[in-house]
Design a protein around this ligand. Structure first.
Ligand code: ZN
Ligand code: ZN
Length: 282
């Protein structure tokens, strides 16, 4: 039995799920579903047009699958950049040794919530790694930034476990849960120099993260734009409705609102070889 090397709308299976994960940033935040949907078709078309530079068909043929493998090899995220301050060697302030995790939490607090409201925002769970759709979304942003004035400078923060929330000497009563596998904070270069300008960060949010990852630009309940919507990637605004400051000199992107079935453990990686996983073509 020969391997199948062509997929189209309506097809289902693990390979389709891999396509949905790896092309999330070509499909406005494609969800990691097992089905080749209309959205998958649009993402494949966009990948064909922008990455392979061929006439788009929306059908994932041999050449397209081969090119996705090539994209993955070239743009894969380095998981060590996303490690918790507990172990990340580029971060000096960290919790005491006895409290530290090994990089991606301790899988504590599954289905435990900070309050009676069982929303993902309140979910205390330390997911087992970084969500692969987030990683590949950032890879697509990296690709689309080529030939522009902007470039990702660094993953300033990836994972932050409960030990980092509560026992890092820099801050000892943080209670946010987004960074437990579902978020990253990024710093950027403009023409080779770190930019902290609000106008640049707003531009990057809109023209890269909203445009390619489908994060809401407005209408998500935030006066200053961006924010969170069901089924979508989210962006922290520069300023919250409360007036407190948000992501001023960085971009915070997360996928906490993509829905429970899309946040299963299987989607999170803590080993570098799991980021790409299997190639689509052997
Ligand atoms: Zn940690
Ligand atoms: Zn953040």
């Amino acid at each position: 039995m020969g391997a199948i090397h062509e997929y189209k709308r309506g097809d289902k299976g693990k390979v389709i799920q891999e396509i949905n994960i790896k092309l999330t940033g070509f499909g406005k935040g494609l969800l990691p579903l097992l089905e080749f949907t209309k959205e998958t078709e649009k993402a494949v078309s966009m990948f064909q047009k922008d990455y392979i530079k061929i006439e788009p068909t929306g059908i994932a043929n041999y050449k397209t699958l081969k090119s996705i493998d090539e994209f993955c090899k070239k743009y894969k995220q380095k998981l060590s950049d996303y490690e918790c301050p507990c172990t990340n060697s580029s971060i000096t302030e960290r919790p005491n040794k006895d409290k530290r995790c090994t990089g991606f939490g301790k899988k504590q607090f599954k289905e435990k919530y900070k309050s009676a409201s069982k929303t993902e925002k309140n979910h205390k769970y330390e997911y087992p790694g970084i969500h692969r759709s987030l990683l590949w979304g950032i890879s697509a942003v990296q690709f689309y930034m080529e030939d522009t004035d902007y470039k990702i400078k660094s993953i300033y923060r990836g994972y932050r476990c409960w030990a980092d929330n509560l026992h890092n000497p820099n801050h000892t009563n943080r209670t946010s849960t987004n960074h437990m596998g579902k978020a990253a904070d990024l710093h950027f270069l403009k023409n080779g120099k770190r930019t902290k300008e609000v106008t640049d960060l707003e531009y990057i949010r809109e023209h890269f993260f909203s445009k390619y990852l489908g994060a809401p630009k407005s209408g998500a309940g935030q006066t200053h734009g961006f924010g969170w919507k069901k089924g979508k990637f989210g962006l922290e605004p520069k300023k919250f409705n409360s007036g407190s400051s948000g992501a001023t000199t960085w971009v915070h992107v997360d996928l906490r609102e993509i829905g429970k079935i899309n946040l299963e453990d299987q989607f999170f990686s803590k080993e570098q070889n799991e980021v790409i996983g299997k190639n689509l073509i052997d």
